[in-house]
Design a protein around this ligand. Structure first.
Ligand SMILES: Nc1nc2c(ncn2[C@@H]2O[C@H](COP(=O)(O)OP(=O)(O)OP(=O)(O)O)[C@@H](O)[C@H]2O)c(=O)[nH]1
Length: 514
C-alpha cells in the first residue's frame, strides 16, 4: 500500500468509527513487530485496560514452547471462556498460517461470546501479509495493522528482510521503548520508519502505553468508561506454537532437562551475501539471516549464583542471540516465579510477580541466528541446574557480603530499609515519591534496567501490588563496595531523569537528589 492510501485507510477508519459504520461486527487488529519489540506488552496493556470490552487474542509463537501463553496466563483466561489453547502442528507459521490458525479464527467467529475485537499477535519472525490473507479467507474484517518497534535497536536490525516486510504493510507504528532510547536514536528511527512505511502514523511509546482507541477500532469503546471489572469479563488468549522440527532430548544426572530446537529460514534468505558482520548486535544483522530457537526446561531449581556469573555472562558475549524469554525457578528464592526477558540491545531482566500456581519449573526459549551458540547457552543453563547447592546457598561470606551491602543501603536516605530475610539475597529499593507522583515501581524498574544494562551486576525484582523491590545476590567473587558504587551511580542517573521536571523545593525530591 502506498503512503497516501495508507493515510486514507487510517482516516477512513477514524471516520467510520465516528459515524458508527462499524455496526456490531467484531473488529480486528493485527499486531506485528520484530522479536522483543513489545507486542506482548501491548497485549497486556490492552487486556489490563479493556474495561468491559470483550477481547479475543490469538498469539503466534516462533519457538516450539508456548512461553508466551505462560507469560500471559493464557490457559486460565481461555478456560474462563471455555476455549482450549491451540497448537499448530503443520507448517511454519512464519510462511504458512493455514490449518490450526484458520480453525482458531473460525472458532472465534462462531463463538457465542460476541467478541468486540480480535487481536492477533504474530510471532516476531512472521510476515504479516500471510495473516492478512488468512483473516480475509475466514471473513474477518481487518481494521488495522499495528507494528511495534524497539526505538533503541531499530537501526541494528533494519537490514533483516523480515523486519522490512513487517513494516511495509502497517497503518500505525508504535515506536516503543522510548525510555531506553536517546533522542538521537528516536529521531533516527522515525526517519527510517518514514522511508520504510510510506507514511504510516508513528506514535512514540513506553511499554506500549497508548490509548486503546489508537489500536482498536471498536464501536463499543464507551464501555471503557464503565467500571473496570477485569475478573468478571476476562479477555481470551489462544496460543499457537510451531512444530518441533528437531527434538533431541538431553537428560542430566539429577534433573529432567528437556532441550528442543527448531529452525526457520525466511523465504528471501541469502546468508552471508550482504553486510553480515559477526561482531555483535551492535554491528547490525544481515539482510538474509536465518533463525533458530532452542528450548530449555527443567524441574530442578537453577542456581542464581551460577546463572548470573556464568549463563548471563555467556549470553552477553554471544553474537547472535536475539531473544530469550521464559520462567525461572531459582534455588536461592524458591517461592518466587521469575519471568526472564532478554531483548533488544542485550537488555535483561528477571521479575517475579505471580506466585507459582503449579509445580515450579524453569522453561526458557532462546532465539538467534547461530544454533551452536544457543546450544552452548542451553548447556550452561543445564549446568546451573546441576550446580552444587552448598556453593550457591550456604556460606558465610555470602551472608557477610549481604549484611555489608545492606548496611550501605541503610545509610542512604533515598532507599527503603533493606531486608535480609532471604539471605544471602538482599531486598532493597528506592522510596517512591507520592508528592511527585513517581511510583516505587517506576523508580526501581528504571534502576534495575540501568544497572542490568551496564552488565556488571545483575538485579532481579519482585513486584506485588504497589510494592516493587530489587534483589541482589553478591557471590564470593563480588566486591561489595564496587556493587554499591554501581547502584549509587545508576540511582543518580535514574533520579535525575525521572525527577528533572519537578520543583526542587519539595522535601521528598530533595531527599532523592542529594
Ligand atoms: N524499558 C522498556 N522495556 C520494554 C518496553 N516495552 C516492552 N519492554 C520489555 O521488553 C521485553 C520484551 O517485550 P515483549 O512484549 O515480550 O516483546 P514481544 O514483541 O512480545 O516479544 P516476542 O513475542 O518474543 O517477539 C520485556 O521485558 C518487556 O517488559 C518499553 O517501552 N521500555
Amino acid at each position: 500500500m502506498e503512503g497516501n492510501e495508507m493515510s486514507m485507510a487510517f482516516e477512513n477508519r477514524v471516520f467510520n468509527r465516528r459515524s458508527g459504520l462499524g455496526g456490531g461486527r467484531m473488529g480486528c487488529t493485527l499486531v506485528t513487530g520484530f522479536l522483543g519489540s513489545g507486542k506482548t506488552t501491548l497485549l497486556k496493556h490492552l487486556l489490563d485496560n479493556r474495561g468491559d470490552l470483550r477481547l479475543a487474542v490469538l498469539v503466534n509463537e516462533f519457538a516450539d514452547s508456548d512461553v508466551d501463553s505462560l507469560l500471559l496466563d493464557a490457559v486460565r483466561l481461555n478456560q474462563a471462556f471455555n476455549l482450549s489453547t491451540v497448537t499448530l502442528t503443520h507448517g511454519c507459521a512464519c510462511c504458512d498460517v493455514s490449518g490450526p490458525f484458520r480453525e482458531s479464527l473460525q472458532r472465534i467467529v462462531d463463538s457465542k461470546h460476541n467478541f468486540d475485537c480480535l487481536i492477533v499477535e504474530t510471532s516476531g519472525l512472521a510476515r504479516p501479509d500471510k495473516f492478512v490473507a488468512e483473516l480475509k479467507e475466514v471473513g474477518i474484517h481487518l481494521d488495522l495493522t499495528v507494528a511495534v518497534v524497539d526505538a533503541e535497536s531499530l537501526d541494528k536490525i533494519i537490514n533483516i528482510d523480515i523486519v522490512k516486510n513487517q513494516l511495509q504493510h502497517v497503518d500505525i507504528v508504535l515506536l516503543n521503548k522510548c525510555d531506553l532510547a536517546t533522542l538521537g536514536q528516536i529521531s533516527n528511527a522515525e526517519d527510517i520508519l518514514e522511508g520504510l512505511t510510506g507514511g504510516a502514523k508513528v506514535v512514540r511509546s513506553q511499554f506500549c502505553r497508548v490509548p486503546l482507541d489508537l489500536v482498536i477500532d471498536c464501536t463499543k469503546l464507551q464501555a471503557l468508561n464503565a467500571k473496570k471489572e477485569n475478573e468478571t469479563v476476562p479477555g481470551v488468549l489462544s496460543h499457537e506454537s510451531l512444530p518441533k522440527m528437531v527434538f533431541p532430548w538431553y537428560t542430566s544426572d539429577n534433573s529432567s532437562v528437556q532441550i528442543s530446537t527448531s529452525g526457520y529460514t525466511g523465504n528471501e534468505t541469502s546468508l552471508g551475501s550482504e553486510t553480515w558482520s559477526n561482531d555483535s548486535l551492535d554491528s547490525g544483522f544481515p539482510h538474509g539471516a536465518s533463525f533458530s530457537s532452542a528450548t530449555f526446561e527443567t524441574e530442578v531449581p537453577l542456581s542464581l549464583v551460577s546463572f548470573q556469573s556464568i549463563v548471563l555472562k555467556s549470553m552477553r558475549c554471544t553474537r547472535s542471540l536475539l531473544r530469550a524469554k521464559g520462567i525461572i525457578w531459582f534455588a536461592e528464592d524458591r517461592e518466587s516465579r521469575f519471568v526472564l526477558q532478554w531483548s533488544g540491545l542485550k537488555r535483561v531482566e528477571a521479575i517475579s510477580g505471580h506466585p507459582w500456581e503449579s509445580s515450579p519449573k524453569s522453561c526458557v526459549v532462546l532465539i538467534g541466528t547461530d544454533n551452536s551458540e544457543l546450544q552452548a547457552i542451553i548447556l550452561q543453563l543445564s549446568a546451573s541446574a546441576d550446580y552444587p547447592l552448598e556453593v550457591s546457598s550456604e556460606p558465610g561470606n555470602l551472608r557477610e557480603h549481604a549484611r555489608c551491602f545492606a548496611g550501605m543501603v541503610s545509610g542512604d536516605g533515598r532507599f527503603k530499609e533493606p531486608l535480609l530475610h532471604k539471605e544471602p539475597l538482599v531486598i532493597f529499593g528506592l522510596k517512591g515519591s507520592p508528592l511527585r507522583g513517581v511510583k516505587e515501581s517506576r523508580l526501581n524498574g528504571a534502576l534495575m534496567r540501568v544497572v542490568n544494562g551496564k552488565g556488571k551486576i545483575f538485579l532481579t525484582a519482585t513486584s506485588s501490588g504497589e510494592d516493587y523491590n530489587l534483589q541482589i545476590l553478591l557471590d564470593e567473587d563480588s566486591s561489595v563496595t564496587e556493587a554499591w558504587d554501581e547502584i549509587r551511580s545508576a540511582t543518580s542517573i535514574v533520579v535525575s531523569k525521572l525527577c528533572k521536571n519537578f520543583c526542587p523545593c519539595r522535601s521528598d525530591l530533595a531527599a532523592h537528589v542529594h
